[in-house]
Every structure is written in C-alpha cells, then in structure tokens.
Design a protein around this ligand. Structure first.
Ligand code: ASP
Ligand code: MG
Length: 425
C-alpha cells in the first residue's frame, strides 16, 4: 500500500480538492492511505482563535469562528450539489462541538487549549475530503488520527509512543486492507491523542511526519507528499531565483538539509522512513505526472549546490572577562545559559579568547545577553543572515558572499556557512 500526504495548498478550495481527488482516483487501483492537512491557511486562523479564546477576547474569537465556518461552508457548497448530503450535517456537528468547547472557560494551560482547538482544521478538511471521494465513487473511510497516533501529553509537540501507535494502526487500519473490498483510508495529519483520549498536535507542519508514522506502522511501499512545487528544490524559491530540482536524494542528505534549516520536509519525517527503507516521493499536485523527487537509500548523492538561508539571526561573541582561554569550564557556563533561555544555536566557533554563536532571534534575547554579561564581555550583531551551502563550489560561494559583509565563515568538505550582514541594495 501507498501513503499520500496532501498539504494545505492542495486542499485549499473546491477546485484544489477536485484536483487532489483526481490524483487519488488515478492511483486508486491499489490500496491507499491519504493524510490531509488543514485547508490553506486554516491552521494560522485557528492559532489566532485559540489565542483569543485563551485571552478571553470573545468578540475576536467569535469573528474568527465565523470566518472558519464560512470558509469551509463555501467549499462544501461548491463540492456537493446535493444539499441534503450527510457532509453538511457532519460539518455542522463539528462546528457545534468546537463552539460548545469555546463556551467553556479556558484552562490555564495554553498549549492544551491550543491543541484542542487547532486540531479542528484537520478534522474539517479530512471529513470534507473523505465525503468528496465517496461522492465521486471512490469508496473511502474516515479515520480519526487521535485514536491511532498515540502521544504523550506534551501539548503542541507531542512525542509519539511508537509501540502503542504501531499496534493501534495495525489493529484498526491494517484490517481495512485485508481483503478485496478495501477502502481508501482518509485521516488527519498533525494530530494525535493521549492515553486519556485528549487531543495533541505534533508541531507545526507536522503532517509530513504523520504520513511517515502511518507508513512505518503499515510497512507501506512508499510515501508521496503532493506539493505546489515540482519536487525538492536546491533552495527556497521565495528566497532564490533559478532554483533547480533535486531528482534523487539520500535519506542522509535530506536529513542534513533539514538540519541546516531547509524547509523541505518536516525533519522528523525521515527517520521512520529510513528505518524501514520506505522511499519518499515529493511530487507536484499541479503536474502530477511529472517526475518529482525521490528520497531513498542512494549511495551517490547529487552534488548540486543547495542553499539554505536563515534570517533574523543574532551573532554573539563571548569573551571571558579575565582574558582566560575559552575552555570546557566557561563553555559549560555558556551552554547552560543558552539552554536555560531555550535559544537554539545554529552555528558556533571558537578562538583562543572568544566564542561565537549564531542563534535565532527570540523575544528573550536581551535577557540572555544580560546574563552572559555578568561573566563575559559580550558583543553582538542583530538582524544577520545565516547562509548554508551544501556542495559548495566557486560560483555558489561568490553568489552568497556578494550579498553583504561576511562576519563569520565555517567550512568543511561538503558544507560552508556564512554569517552575513546584508548590504542594502
Ligand atoms: N496544518 C498544520 C500546519 O499548518 C500541519 C501541516 O500542515 O503539516 O502547520
Ligand atoms: Mg506543509
């Protein structure tokens, strides 16, 4: 069997849902499990709704609630001519359920409330998609990922309990494919549930990971992520002109790219697939017959230079006040502070008396710097850009270094990184 994941853009309106259904139809001669994200930018809307509810801003969340309802209703009305179709009442029921929970006072735990609310994006889209597939004659059953993907109760970043998840998916989903009468299974990405039956989410963009969880548990033959781009590109087309498609990438290389911040695939997606040697296809839902990219166990890798840019970086240089060398002792003080403030180091480098780190700018950056200043001399530059080039060559280096002043460079055989102060153009 195959696992397909359709992201928000591929189900953002009726026309796109019809398009994704046509793709599913083309592959429906063999067993399929379809994982869907929330439609379009629904998750962003729900995030705002959850925040307003938590803050007790009733007019704001009520307005967002009706936006959510209208957006989905328009799509359903477009898709289903028969206005007595059961999808209309299923939709009303889900909306009522959400409305009822919004009438209860919020708990103190924002992350918990967030998951209970934001999960409706995927519940709605998957209900609509499953109903539509049936409507056009593709027998499908809707399954609730909250009862299949078991996580701990760390809300907004649930950790998967693999044993429980594996046995649930095998018991409840595998049977569906056991005989000739199998149906397409439609389920949600991004969401899971605790042992008490409470809803959790796996972190933003977590639907790719959900697809990998299902594929791993079902020993799927492959996973396909349907996107609005031609496949995996060597750079983010929003940041770079002239991107090229990478045809074949090893798991290892894809993990490296994700590590440096390429927003290709949710980073947790790759490990379960690599463990079972399940290939991951990335294909365009606009040109479904085009080749796309494949991530798998390939010995040889593409040597096309790949570019990753992280913006809003802070470069911090730290020097012991007594001019002692940078050594284990002061490094552990620095790391403890950085960890304490939950700051993520993207690059580090040391010289005899100075240690430099490049980190994402966070609201608590001034506090971190102040704490560091009690023991060290600290210099820092904000609004830096961190560029990473995998498989660099002369041209790719020239292209990046002309973007501004290079404040720090780090190079190994396959990768070079630059912290750059952008010159105004
Ligand atoms: N809907 C979720 C998000 O927008 C999960 C996903 O799309 O992967 O983050
Ligand atoms: Mg996505």
């Amino acid at each position: 069997m195959k696992v397909f994941k359709f992201g928000g853009a591929s189900v953002k309106d009726a026309a796109n849902i019809k398009n994704m259904a046509a793709i599913v139809k083309a592959y429906s001669t063999e067993p399929l499990l379809v994982v869907v994200s929330a439609m379009g930018k629904t998750t962003n809307l729900l995030e705002k709704l959850a925040k307003a509810y938590y803050d007790g801003e009733e007019t704001v969340y009520k307005e967002l609630f009706s936006q959510l309802k209208n957006q989905h209703r328009v799509v359903i009305e477009d898709l289903f001519e028969d206005k007595r179709h059961a999808v209309f009442s299923d939709f009303e029921n889900l909306m009522e359920e959400l409305q009822d929970s919004l009438q209860e006072p919020s708990s103190e735990n924002f992350d918990y409330e967030y998951d209970q609310i934001v999960s409706y994006g995927e519940l709605l889209s998957s209900k609509i998609v499953a109903a539509y597939l049936n409507y056009i004659g593709l027998a499908s059953s809707w399954m609730d990922a909250r009862r299949l993907v078991r996580t701990n109760n760390v809300y907004r970043e649930g950790t998967v309990d693999w044993d429980a998840t594996l046995s649930k998916i095998q018991r409840k989903v595998m049977v569906n494919y056991a005989d000739e009468k199998w149906k397409i299974v439609v389920t949600q990405g991004f969401i899971g549930g605790t042992s008490e039956g409470l809803t959790t989410t796996l972190g933003r963009e977590g639907s790719d990971f959900s697809a990998a969880i299902f594929a791993f548990s079902l020993n799927a033959e492959s996973v396909t992520i349907w996107k609005d781009v031609e496949g995996l590109l060597n750079a983010d087309p929003k940041q770079f002109a002239n991107t090229v498609k990478l045809d074949k990438i090893s798991y290892q290389e894809a993990i490296e790219l994700a590590y440096y911040g390429a927003s290709i695939i949710h980073p947790k997606t790759l490990k379960p697939l690599q463990n079972k040697n399940i290939p991951l296809y990335v294909k365009s839902f606009v040109h479904p017959s085009a080749e796309g990219s494949i991530i798998g166990s390939f010995a040889k890798n593409t040597k096309v230079p790949c570019y990753i840019c992280k913006q809003s970086q802070v470069l911090i240089s730290i020097m012991p006040k007594d001019f002692s060398f940078i050594a284990e002792e002061n490094l552990s003080t620095i790391f403890a502070l950085v960890a304490h403030f939950g700051v993520k180091i993207n690059l580090m480098q040391n010289s005899a008396i100075s240690f430099s780190i490049c980190v994402d700018d966070k609201y608590n950056m001034p506090d971190l710097i102040e704490e560091l200043q009690t023991e060290f001399f600290v210099k820092y530059n904000t609004d830096m850009e961190l560029y990473t080039i995998r498989h660099y060559d002369k041209n790719s280096i020239a292209e990046i270094t002309r973007k501004g002043e290079v404040l720090l460079e780090q190079k190994n055989r396959s990768t070079v990184q630059y912290v750059i102060r952008k010159t105004e153009q």
